[in-house]
Write a protein that binds this ligand. Structure first.
Ligand code: IMP
Length: 197
């Protein structure tokens, strides 16, 4: 089965292909399609559906879309869908990953309850009448200080509950995939796609 991936990010595509183990994904830009839908949903599921529908309306073939982020209890479960741009509106410029997670640490400084979770929402559209949404989490807590060099984004400040509290940036790639929101969602998606072919 040929599946379009509603993203512009080659790194994400390669990661998802690896997690799905054997299915090739096609990015819109690889077919010369300009794809930049406005992700204005209030939650991860809405945003992944917005992206999947937008691409379906162009290609009319099976499409997959994802949306993910970090939800922190002490911040009212934010930044959520705004994770990628955390702090940038106030700063008036792009922030590096490190600037973003250091800002988050500052914003919950002194707070004891540091519960948090990463969330991924995947939407698969096989036809206008056959749509699937999988949403998974990686539960954990926000560390007091950053640590580790693996991974990306907020990994240096996220302690993975299922890994006994090890910081995500200290896990190797395979261990992270075992526990991560994306790894869990992709394994479920794979079962679903496997049952189609
Ligand atoms: P996206 O919607 O998948 O691009 O992710 C939104 C933001 O969430 C990204 O900018 C990342 O910083 C953050 N994020 C998502 N998943 C992870 C993860 O597994 N580790 C660290 N940060 C993540």
């Amino acid at each position: 089965m040929r599946i379009w991936f509603a993203s512009g990010n080659e790194h994400k595509k390669a990661e998802m292909e690896k997690l799905l183990g054997g299915y090739d994904l096609i990015l819109p830009k690889e077919a010369g399609i300009e794809f930049n839908p406005e992700e204005n949903g209030d939650d991860f599921a809405s945003n992944s559906l917005i992206k999947a529908e937008a691409l379906w309306n162009i290609v009319h073939e099976p499409v997959l879309a994802d949306d993910s982020g970090l939800c922190v209890k002490a911040l009212g479960w934010k930044p959520g869908v705004h994770t990628a741009r955390y702090g940038e509106e106030e700063a008036g410029r792009k922030l590096s990953d490190r600037e973003k997670y250091m800002l988050l640490l500052k914003n919950i400084e002194g707070i004891d309850d540091r519960e948090a979770c990463f969330v991924t929402s995947l939407t698969l559209i096989l036809s206008p009448f056959r749509r699937y949404m999988i949403q998974e989490t990686c539960e954990g807590t926000i560390a007091l200080t950053p640590s580790g060099t693996n991974g990306f984004g907020y990994d240096p400040i996220f302690k993975v509950k299922e890994a006994g509290g090890v910081i995500a940036a200290e896990l190797d790639g395979d261990s992270k995939n075992l526990y991560s929101h994306r790894g869990k969602a992709a394994r479920r998606l794979r079962l679903l796609i496997d049952s189609e072919v």
